[in-house]
Design a protein around this ligand. Structure first.
Ligand SMILES: [Zn+2]
Ligand SMILES: [Zn+2]
Ligand SMILES: [Zn+2]
Length: 67
């Protein structure tokens, strides 16, 4: 598969970037990914995951601090 961004040798990622309720994002691909959320072909809020991410509670309940 060839995309225009690959052809132009631009930085981008073909994986899904997941946006969490606290504003952090996470690449769903294998291995580390240093590219920003907007450089991903696919972007989903974590509430749309199945099952939904626990950070996406109705009131964005803060995660309990790990001991
Ligand atoms: Zn590409
Ligand atoms: Zn989340
Ligand atoms: Zn990525």
């Amino acid at each position: 598969m060839r995309c225009p961004l690959c052809t132009d040798d631009l930085e981008h990622c073909h994986e899904v970037s997941i946006a969490h309720a606290d504003g952090t994002t996470e690449c769903g691909g294998d291995g580390p990914c240093a590219l920003g959320h907007l450089l991903h072909d696919w972007r989903v809020p974590c509430v749309d995951l199945d099952p939904p991410c626990p950070c996406a509670g109705d009131d964005a309940v803060p995660l309990p601090l790990a001991a």
